[in-house]
Design a protein around this ligand. Structure first.
Ligand code: SF4
Length: 274
């Protein structure tokens, strides 16, 4: 029988956890383990073994056992997909949740699915990714001055997390915002769901936010202020979901324009030789 998940610390490329990484079994444990994570490395390790949402744990592991026929020979990750990229990002990219046969299979956000194909191609064109594709952890892809994460870290049935699941996962996001706020200049928010999920986490991370909350839209821009007085520019961007790309609601040019704006605001070069 296929395994329901990759055991932590068994050598999978990009696995941040070890067998000793503490596991959150409920919402209270997520709050505690997120708040006292001493650094980003330990935070993402803890994210990657979390089991606080029973419905999502069941679904992500069910998918990992069943598998899609095209990936039947691959070992599915079957765990939460943690934040990934530069530990001192100037640009943060926030999506929705991992795809069942994308991030839930590969263990890396936006990796191995159609949305990721669009996203990484755009990031590469504007100079925020080393390669135009992202197929699996260990493929050599790197984000350049950027980091990406989902406000919900486990693949949900029908791509729809519940409000309670989003709230349970929020402390992981808030702590990641805290630990990266010292370098952050731009935050690109992919879709209305991520826009909604981000605000409470920013508040929890101590950011000063405009009131009322500005509405999401492609090209929306809002300045938020970190507790240390640094500001970050929030940019709304339509999610490169298949529905949006098929219908032309979002195009390559539209994605490139938002990411170029984010990169230039962050003072990053057009092409990063690193
Ligand atoms: S969605 Fe978030 S809080 Fe829920 S099990 Fe996954 S990582 Fe944990």
């Amino acid at each position: 029988m296929n395994a329901p998940y990759v055991p932590p610390g068994t050598g999978r490329p990009g696995d941040p956890a070890t067998p000793g990484t503490p596991v959150a079994e409920d919402a209270e444990a997520v709050r505690k383990l997120a708040a006292d994570a001493p650094d980003l490395g330990e935070l993402v390790a803890r994210q990657s073994v979390c089991r606080a949402c029973p419905r999502l744990v069941e679904w992500r592991e069910h998918v990992a056992v069943e598998r899609r026929r095209a990936f039947a020979e691959e070992e599915y990750w079957g765990r939460p997909v943690p934040g990934w990229g530069d530990p001192h990002p100037r640009v943060l990219i926030i999506g929705l949740a991992p795809a069942a046969h994308g991030g839930n299979r590969t263990g890396r956000i936006f990796t191995g699915d159609r949305s990721g194909d669009w996203l990484f191609a755009s990031l590469h064109r504007v100079g925020l990714a080393a390669m135009p594709t992202s197929t699996h952890a260990g493929d050599g892809q790197r984000l350049l001055g950027a980091r990406m994460l989902g406000p919900v870290r486990c693949a949900p049935p029908a791509n729809k997390p519940t409000p309670a699941e989003r709230a349970t996962c929020s402390p992981w996001l808030a702590r990641e915002l805290e630990l990266t706020s010292g370098s952050l200049c731009s935050i690109v928010v992919l879709g209305g769901y991520a826009w909604q999920a981000l605000w409470p986490a920013l508040k929890e991370a101590g950011y000063d936010l405009p009131r009322p909350r500005p509405a999401f839209g492609h090209g929306a821009e809002v300045v938020v202020t970190a507790p240390d007085g640094r500001t970050a520019l929030l940019l709304g961007c339509y999610h490169p979901s298949q529905q949006n790309t098929f219908t032309g609601r979002v195009t390559e040019e539209m994605l490139d324009a938002v990411f170029t704006r984010a990169r230039t605001h962050a003072g990053l070069p057009e092409r990063n030789a690193g």
